[in-house]
Write a new protein. Structure first.
Length: 83
């Protein structure tokens, strides 16, 4: 994923004006997919039918929470460097 595709970052890699309240991911197309068999989510450990871009079991909401946390941390780091 390049910097211009990362949620909460502007194309040159800097965080946007502030962290997004929630990062919404589009998992409607491959490589994301639904699988008949629930397996432990890579983030929360509960049964998940969805598979992430690497084919690992993961809830979409768990991936969105992780992306939101990463965006908030990136915004914090950027703010600390610029103050
Ligand atoms: Zn999960």
């Amino acid at each position: 994923m390049s910097a211009d595709e990362q949620p909460g970052l502007v194309p040159d890699g800097r965080p946007a004006a502030g962290p997004p309240a929630w990062v919404h991911l589009d998992w409607s197309r491959p490589p994301y997919r639904w699988d008949q068999q629930a397996r432990p989510c890579r983030l929360c450990g509960k049964g998940a039918h969805m598979r992430d871009e690497h084919g690992r079991p993961c809830h979409k909401v768990c991936a969105e929470q992780a992306a939101t946390t990463r965006a908030a941390r990136a915004a914090d780091r950027y703010q600390q460097r610029t103050m």
